[in-house]
Design a protein around this ligand. Structure first.
Ligand code: HEC
Length: 166
């Protein structure tokens, strides 16, 4: 886990690298890089998101996913389906190609978390604790084949450092 203070200086480096279209900065050794970093930012993203693409793959714990499944079954299933495939009340699928194009593909894990925790459920967005949203996200990650491992954080700054990659 990187502290804010540790990762802050890398923002400047990566932004510079992106700005001049150079890749030299991205090849610098860093203990945080598990995957080939990419400087491709999604439209309208901030420097922090460029930074986030050069860090650790997202994981979740089985315990989180189990708890998330229970709450999902109560709060989300009617709209999104018991297999995440879309539900009777018109929510889109939370797995598959279209979903992963939007929230996966190396985007920071904070993107999906922030959408869920600020927009869902539609009649009362933000009604759950951050930890509960992280648990439901863990269940969604599990359903999309992401790897189990360290617990998913529920803090957006920490989620910024994790990339949505399997
Ligand atoms: C009343 C129906 C309804 C309920 C209940 C509901 N959702 Fe949704 N959800 C939607 C709709 C409609 C959208 C599409 C909204 C949009 O695109 O702005 C959506 C979008 C989403 C998305 C983004 C999917 C995408 O492809 O853009 C996620 C993630 C999500 N919901 C998670 C949840 C979770 C977790 C819960 C339970 C806490 C939940 N939703 C409860 C209707 C619902």
């Amino acid at each position: 886990m990187h502290s804010y203070r540790v990762r802050r200086p890398r923002v400047g480096i990566l932004v510079l690298a992106t700005a001049v279209g150079a890749s030299w900065a991205l090849t610098m050794p860093s203990e945080g890089f598990e995957t080939e970093p990419t400087a491709t930012a999604i439209a309208g993203t901030s420097p922090d998101i460029v930074l986030a693409q050069a860090t650790t793959k997202v994981t979740f714990s089985a315990e989180q996913a189990d708890r998330g499944e229970t709450r999902y079954g109560r709060e989300c299933v009617d709209c999104h389906g018991d297999d995440l495939g879309g539900g009777l009340l018109g929510g889109p699928p939370l797995r598959g190609v279209a979903f992963l194009e939007k929230f996966g593909n190396g985007a920071p894990a904070s993107g999906l978390f922030l959408f869920m925790s600020t927009a869902m459920p539609p009649d009362n967005p933000g009604r759950f604790t951050a930890a509960a949203y992280a648990e439901m996200m863990a269940f969604i990650l599990e359903g999309n084949g992401f790897a189990e491992g360290a617990p998913l954080p529920s803090d957006p700054a920490a989620l910024d450092t994790l990339i949505m990659e399997k």
